[in-house]
Design a protein around this ligand. Sequence first.
Ligand SMILES: Nc1ncnc2c1ncn2[C@@H]1O[C@H](COP(=O)(O)OP(=O)(O)OP(=O)(O)O)[C@@H](O)[C@H]1O
Ligand SMILES: [Mg+2]
Length: 512
Amino acid sequence: MTDDIVLRLTDVVKTFPGVRALDGVQLEVRRGEVHCLLGQNGAGKSTLIKILSGAHTPDSGEILWLGEPVRFASPQTAMKAGIATIYQELDLVDGLSVAENMYLGHEPSSGGFVARRAMRKGAAAILARLGHPEIPVAREVGKLPAAAKQIVSMGRALSREARLLIMDEPSAVLAHDEVQNLFRIVRGLTEQGIAVIYISHRLDEIREIGDRVTVLKDGRTTAANLDAKTTPNRELVSRMTGRTIEYVFPERPPARTGSPVLLHVDGLTLPGRFADVSLKVHSGEIVGITGLVGSGRSEVLESIYGARRASAGTVEMLGKKLRKGSVNAAVRAGIGMAPEERKSQALLLGEPIYRNVTLAGFTRFARGGFTDAGRERAAAEEVTRGLDLRPADVRRPVRTLSGGNQQKVVVGRWLLGGTKLLLLDEPTRGVDVGARAELYQVIRRLADEGVGVLLVSSEVPEVLGLADRVLVMREGRVVREAPAGELDEDTVLDLVMAGSLLESITPEGTAV
Ligand SMILES: Nc1ncnc2c1ncn2[C@@H]1O[C@H](COP(=O)(O)OP(=O)(O)OP(=O)(O)O)[C@@H](O)[C@H]1O
Ligand SMILES: [Mg+2]
């Protein structure tokens, strides 16, 4: 083994009750490289990094870290050894400040007291190094947008001397320019000799930032140390899935004339978030909204759904005005929503998959005061089969599913029927390339059945490929509306680029 190799895993196995999550994994990481882990949802990527970060212990196998065999008993020991991890589900403490989060567990002290001033200064210096000096170190983390939270999480890793930084789908919460900033940071770290393990479902990112790629499938290494720049997509995808998949969007039907307007939003305004948003969604139509994180896209969806109360403007479903700020009214009018933050907003993590899927149409499965569990399960099974959920056993608690599979459950809930208008916020976040195509088909099929879909995505090709009509938002306003066929990626990026995340975290957000 050369001195350059900082980490080597041999035959690592990890089982959970009923699941062999890792079934003999090999991995080798060099000093100063970006090593990408690729694999379908449920392949074992997050489990592998949880073993490296001390969150799980392996059943068997060998881990050599800096030439020594190790087994980390806790995240603290891994951190002390120089391995820092940014998880797929961010694990910051919402109630603590930015600085407190960054120094949690190793607060600088003086004379037995936490040296607050030193801590804040240190935090500010790290944020500046990360290119985000505008994030206020005293602000409660829970009040920051998702992209800023991630920067804080990265800052926490840097507040210790890390020699290996592990990132589990960091780009899933970032918009285009934020991803570029992340890559700049990563390059700075690797130049200092720090090794990075990078997980992403986006192949273009792996090409841009990665040096080598290891592919996992069903808990095994199916290819190791491929060249990240030159290995063809075809090969990566077939190593991941065992088949070749074309990354295609379902065919767009010809524009229907005369289908009824389902949703009519007029002059909707939420101070500090967005202003004067007007749009229509027809039955059978997919309308996409794109723009940067912080441009107000998600808030528009949440206001239509009644989860936020707009200060001005109206929302009409089939000609009937909806009561403002009432989710109940929206649901009764046939509106369903798959939100962006699945963990906090959408899923009952301890409950089985079928319960989570049938939640929206729950009353349909009630009989004389009891729920008909058999029927409930059968209905859920049908839905999840269409989404290629793994493992396919609907009795498993959602907590035990991989990130991408949890996302499928959130979307699956609205496929049971009864929804007239579906609001989808980043529906394919964390979903692998194979399952994505299936999800697109499912969404288009719903539209073909007459459902209207309003979709938010920061992936511009996804909006252009899937939607019939596209709205581009910048700093809380719609700056362009056009049929998807009339826009291309460059035009959209030019339109959105004038704004940025930074403006959305000015004090109490009065920017708009
Ligand atoms: N705590 C747990 N209990 C039971 N099973 C689990 C647990 N954690 C993970 N699993 C299972 O282990 C397998 C691997 O999951 P893992 O989260 O590592 O996948 P992943 O490659 O990160 O997928 P994704 O791309 O969707 O994030 C899956 O079948 C998952 O359901
Ligand atoms: Mg994962």
